[in-house]
Ligand binder design. Structure first.
Ligand code: DGL
Length: 234
């Protein structure tokens, strides 16, 4: 499904294309539209294939490439892969397939989490795809110097968010289960490396009041806004 958001765009500015497996990437779209309220965002939620986590890489890659190509063909720029899982699996393929379109991807916010941490132990919550992907390995290798990185899969988080269940006892139990190993390891900063997870921030903060959770939506929105400004002025 494709939805439009925002009011009228700047006269000569292209619409921005964003996609995710579902509603997760809306966290990025909202951050971007707060910065550029006159922009138009074309947002694709790939609900037929949601969640991407647990699907073979080849399926996620094919879906992500197809949607990115469609958005580019519809005149969108930049194209924002507002999904960590799709970024982990397909970002370099999308960039190769669309050499003339700026493409923005998600990367786990290990660097800001490491800068915040006082305990020296940083957590990353993500899907299994993201945690085993090269993008995470490279990002963690580059930015995790001097800190220990502990990872956990947010199993069941995407399903909770997609069903609008972000405050029930079931949601609390699901989140507590995923957080347990991070808290046991002494994490005091946790990167939310899946765009669905910020919707669970109230529960995450309630269960771990001493932990800072890092949502990269603002940083990705800033990067998108700066690329979009360049295109609008071109
Ligand atoms: N929002 C996607 C991400 O950032 C969710 C992944 C999924 O569909 O499993 O990874």
């Amino acid at each position: 499904m494709t939805a439009r958001a925002g009011s009228s765009g700047a006269a000569d500015a292209p619409p921005v294309g964003m996609f995710d497996s579902g509603v997760g990437g809306v966290s990025v779209a909202r951050a971007f539209l707060r910065m550029r309220p006159r922009a138009v965002v074309r947002y694709v939620a790939d609900w037929t294939f949601c969640p991407y986590g647990g699907r073979p890489d080849a399926v996620v890659r094919e879906r992500a490439l197809g949607i990115a190509r469609d958005l580019a063909a519809a005149g969108c720029a930049p194209v924002v892969v507002a999904c960590n899982t799709a970024s982990a699996v397909a970002l370099s393929d999308i960039r190769r397939a669309l050499p003339d379109v700026p493409v923005v991807g998600m990367e786990p916010a290990v660097k800001p989490a490491a800068a915040i941490s006082k305990s020296g132990v940083v957590g990353v919550l993500a899907t299994e795809h993201t945690l085993r992907g090269d993008l995470f390995r490279v990002t963690a290798g580059r930015y995790a110097r001097g800190v220990r990185v502990v990872t956990a899969e947010g199993r069941g988080f995407v399903e909770l968010v997609e069903s609008g269940d972000v405050s029930s006892d079931r949601a609390r139990e699901t989140v507590a289960r995923a957080l347990a190993p991070l808290l046991a390891a002494g994490c005091d900063a946790v990167a939310l490396a899946c765009t669905h997870y910020p919707a669970l921030l109230p529960i995450l903060r309630e269960l771990a009041p001493g932990v800072v959770f890092v949502d990269p939506a603002e940083a990705v929105a800033r990067r998108t806004a700066s690329l979009w400004d360049g295109l609008a002025g071109a």
